[in-house]
Design a protein around this ligand. Sequence first.
Ligand code: Z5A
Ligand code: MG
Length: 206
Amino acid sequence: MSRGAFILLEGCDRTGKSTQAQMLVDRLTQLGHRAILWKFPDRTTGIGHMINGYLAKHQDLNDQAIHLLFSANRWEAVEQLANHLRSGTHLVVDRYAYSGVAFSAAKGLDLEWCKQPDVGLLKPDLTFFLDMPIQASMQRGGFGEERYEKEELQTRVRDLFLKLREPDWKVVDATETIDQIHEKLTKAAQETIQTVASRELQYGLW
Ligand code: Z5A
Ligand code: MG
């Protein structure tokens, strides 16, 4: 049986990740694939509730503790993610460990320290980095409500994403229209689905 593809969307705030992730799942489903959306942080678990409390500013935690919780939130999902992929379901994942490292390092934690808890996680088969100037993304709906939604921090986050960027990432101009971006993502996702069908799952992030 063919395995599913692990397709990741990363990027700074309001670059359209969640919009595109949902559209891609819907499109792949229409095309006859099994595909599901997985969002990190997954706020539905016990760990996710703690993360949500922190992001919504109901609870304070030190930078190291929240970093480890974000990572634990990925590790608690890893068997489920692997099972989906093995059973042939494609995963469209909205944020992952790159967000984890970029946000924590932007707050001042050491970059190498930040990478360690996620070492060995499942590796994405395809990563889209949705990129646009911070000034432009700030003008989109909803910016400013949660803890990290400040221009200066977002600028550092973007620089860190660019530092973490892997050679095979697909950098997407997030200022294009929703439909233009969707077409690009769909095309690349279909290619990856074919390429990875007979490949082993990839562990060993970083
Ligand atoms: N975080 C962390 O610190 N450590 C970690 O390990 C992880 C995350 C995994 C919550 O994330 C926070 O957690 C986040 C990183 C940190 N920090 N912040 N701030 P989240 O993923 O839950 O955040 P969110 O609330 O979903 O927002 P977002 O991801 O930043 O937004 P988005 O998904 O990229 O954008 P969107 O919701 O699809 O679109 C935003 C708006 O723009 C919306 O009104 C759209 O209709 C509009 N839009 C979208 N695309 C376009 C285009 N192409 N043109 C015009 N308008 C558009
Ligand atoms: Mg989102």
